[in-house]
Design a protein around this ligand. Structure first.
Ligand code: GLC
Length: 481
């Protein structure tokens, strides 16, 4: 199909079929477009916060600010005020028989609350304010108290001394058991982005109220905001150095890890998490090569997870959690392992799959998550635009990464998507080591597949500089402000 027609088709699917209304106004998109209006497909007819991340970014690029604001306000309306869940945003919501109903995880398959949704809300709120210039919205009581409730949830004392967020299995895009409990990389990177965004939005409010840091404060609210802001900045610094120390690996680091002593006790130990050499898998040797680097999947006492998780790593680059040099190593690693990660359908969600005994024990014989399927190393076209944004943004800000062959990789994979997605009815995910087969239980006309393609087209063909839409306040600027 001709490029122009394809883009028109994708746009009409989004605007005419996927977007839904609440209170008479568009509010966001359902997860997948049903075959016919009356068909019910589990909860795919609900508005998921995470599935709407690409939708909202695309709508902002299209200047449709009102829809984005309505979406953000609706999520805010649904932010929990119950004692046990206070501050949490829902995984999804829908209008059922005239009533707005939200799912905080109580109805989901994994029965787990989507931690990523709460973190994404504040990131999207920041991006909305920056792009639209709507500082008045940022300075409303509702938005600022929403941020406070969210921060209260994160920045509180706990029984652990690390700055990471400890979550149950399946608390993000991978919303079923896949041994991703503890401190999965995607959640930590989103936490980093969420704290940067929260600080940015508090700052907007203080500026709107004419408050400067040297003034003595005027109200209890401002006192609280100042306290949270400085606490969040300290947390951010701590989180970043922790992640660079414990999650980032390259060949040299792995070799050091393998030779560390175990069973140490006290303040000046080198192996804080008592990691045994045997837990470090041999496939890492080839995977890393001599120039590759990435953030490992999870850090847990004695049980690190060396699997590569695509989204957490791409976002780690986009939010500048990893340095420009580390970003180059990451892109190098992804190019070097393109046969595994991109294959016939970019991108693989994680690598390698859990198999045999690991699959049986850790997923509980989950047939949707068989090796090479769905979350267990399946291929998700909705992930490709995150790679596009990470690499193009890096190119805009830093010296070129052309020598890695990124441009060719981007172009080839764009063409692959443009050819295969309409043929395969914009499927949700693809199975098998090459990503050739449409996922066994994949929904068709999945919204984030469609919009992921539109974003890829926009950044590659229309305006690469728009990748700055995902720029969050930098830690350096925040500290200096
Ligand atoms: C599946 C995915 C989840 C997504 C939902 C709706 O449950 O695992 O990440 O949000 O479908 O598309």
């Amino acid at each position: 199909m001709k490029e122009e027609l394809l883009v028109q088709l994708a746009k009409s699917l989004l605007y005419e079929k996927a977007l839904v209304k609440l209170d008479g106004k568009f509010v966001g998109a359902i997860a997948s477009i049903p075959k016919n209006k009356n068909s019910q497909d589990l909860n795919y007819n609900e508005v998921f916060i995470r599935d709407n991340v690409p939708v909202m970014i695309y709508l902002l690029l299209e200047g449709k600010y009102e829809i984005v604001r309505h979406f953000l306000n609706t999520c805010l309306r649904l932010q929990s005020s119950q004692f046990q869940t206070r501050g949490i945003f829902p995984t999804s919501f829908a209008e059922i028989e005239g009533k707005l109903v939200a799912d905080y995880g109580q109805r989901a398959i994994g029965r787990v609350c989507s931690v990523d949704a709460s973190l994404w809300w504040v990131i999207l709120a920041y991006i909305y304010v920056k792009k639209s210039g709507d500082r008045t919205w940022a300075a409303t009581f509702e938005v600022q108290s929403g941020i406070q409730h969210l921060l209260n949830l994160i920045l509180h004392p706990s029984f652990r001394d690390s700055p990471t967020l400890f979550v149950p299995d399946g608390a993000f895009m991978i919303d079923r058991a896949l041994d991703v409990w503890g401190n999965p990389v995607e959640i930590q990177v989103l936490l980093y982005g969420a704290l940067l965004s929260a600080v940015g939005l508090i700052q907007v409010d203080l500026e709107e109220k004419g408050y400067t840091d040297c003034q003595s404060s005027a109200s209890a609210l401002i006192d609280r905001q100042l306290y949270q802001k400085s606490y969040a900045i300290a947390w951010l610094k701590n989180l970043r150095s922790y992640m660079l120390k414990h999650y980032w690996v390259n060949s040299k680091i792995v070799q050091t890890l393998r030779r560390r002593p175990t069973e140490q006790y006290g303040d000046s130990v080198t192996n804080e998490y008592n990691i045994q050499t045997e837990t470090i898998p041999h496939w890492l040797q080839e995977w890393l090569g001599d120039q590759g680097g990435y953030l490992i999947g999870n850090v847990r006492t004695g049980r690190p997870d060396f699997r590569f998780f695509t989204l957490g790593n791409c976002l780690g680059a986009t939010f500048d959690l990893i340095s420009p040099a580390q970003q180059r190593s990451l892109f190098h690693l992804m190019c070097q392992n393109q046969t595994a990660l991109f294959a016939q359908m970019p991108l693989r969600i994680c690598h390698p799959p859990l198999d045999n005994e690991d699959w049986r024990k850790k997923t509980g014989y989950d047939r949707k998550n068989l090796p090479w399927c769905y979350h267990n190393a399946g291929h998700w076209p909705c992930l490709f635009w995150f790679f596009v944004i990470a690499t193009l943004r890096h190119k805009c800000h830093q010296s070129s990464v052309d020598h890695l062959g990124i441009d060719i990789l981007l172009q080839d994979n764009y063409e692959l998507l443009a050819r295969r997605l309409p043929q395969q009815n914009w499927a949700e995910y693809f199975d098998g080591p090459n990503g050739v087969w449409v996922g066994q239980q994949a929904r068709l006309y999945q919204t984030w597949t469609i919009v992921g393609f539109l974003l890829t087209h926009h950044f590659l063909k229309v305006n690469p500089e728009d990748t700055n839409i995902m720029d969050l306040p930098s830690l350096k600027d925040i500290e200096n402000a």
